[in-house]
Design a protein. Structure first.
Length: 203
């Protein structure tokens, strides 16, 4: 029997449509009723590590951690990772200033008015400093890292001031390239200073 090309194309197209919208959904609906053979429990569950990497951390990190804690993998554990000898934010910046030879200085402002001004400038799109920044500036964050040290033998290799100093060195050495970056995430390009530039000129 001879079939015209148009008829063949029509038949193939009709089958593809039926498979996508009828046969395949029906197959997925029947899968839960399929009997699963009990394979038993393994003699030893392998260790698995999950590194949380998210975009816009303050918006998604809590939900991501809740999702991981809801998993039923046996012997699950959660570790805080951080440096030792945590100093205040002012001390960390003073360390960088001293090492760079800069004439900059750290000034302390009243907490309430400073946070209110930061929030207002952010909502008016005059400042790149958002909720993550003014929460970090206004609060103390100390994480207990004893569990990861005991269970995994992990130890920090740098403290906060050393990490910020290395970040500053990288920025200084690659400033032109960083300023010219386009089509990259906010964490990999220079932020627009906005009203911060005015404060810099006035200081």
């Amino acid at each position: 029997m001879n079939c015209s090309p148009a008829l063949v194309v029509f038949a193939v197209s009709a089958f593809a449509i039926l498979y996508c919208y009828a046969f395949y959904p029906a197959l997925l609906a029947l899968l839960p009723f399929r009997r699963h053979h009990d394979m038993g429990q393994p003699a030893e569950w392998p260790k698995a590590s999950v590194l949380i990497s998210v975009y816009n951390e303050e918006k998604h990190i809590a939900a991501r951690i809740e999702n991981l804690l809801a998993l039923d993998y046996p012997h699950a554990d959660t570790f805080n990772v951080g440096s030792d000898n945590v100093k205040s934010l002012a001390e960390v910046y003073e360390y960088v200033i001293r090492n760079s030879g800069s004439k900059a200085r750290v000034a302390t402002l009243p907490r309430g008015p400073a946070i209110a001004a930061m929030k207002l400038a952010y909502h008016l799109r005059l400042s790149p400093l958002g909720p993550y920044h003014y929460k970090m500036i206004a609060e103390d964050f100390l994480f207990d890292t004893s569990r990861i040290k005991q269970r995994l033998g992990w130890r920090p290799t740098m403290n906060n001031e050393e990490m910020l100093w290395r970040a500053y060195q990288y920025y200084s050495q690659n400033r032109s390239e960083i300023q010219g970056r386009q089509n990259v995430s906010a964490h990999r390009k220079a932020a627009k200073m906005g009203v911060i530039r005015l404060l810099k000129w006035c200081s």
